[in-house]
Write a new protein. Sequence first.
Length: 87
Amino acid sequence: MTVFSYKATDKSGKFVEGDIDAPDYHAAIQQIRQLNFFPVKVAEGKSKISSGLRLSLPRLGSKVSTKDLMTLTLQLATLVDAGLTLD
């Protein structure tokens, strides 16, 4: 599924914004309408997973410290335990 960010109006004309998971643009529009909103702007947004993760890589040629390797391993284990699949 893709995450779509939307801006819409409700029945009173008030603007609302949010994100919705949908397989494609047209399905996102349909889901927004099912919420009784009139879509004004719908755009493909960032994935929830990728927007929450920040990865900083050391410069090429520098060694990874044991502490950094341990932190990465623990974070990866947490993601796998939460059900994230590795490709």
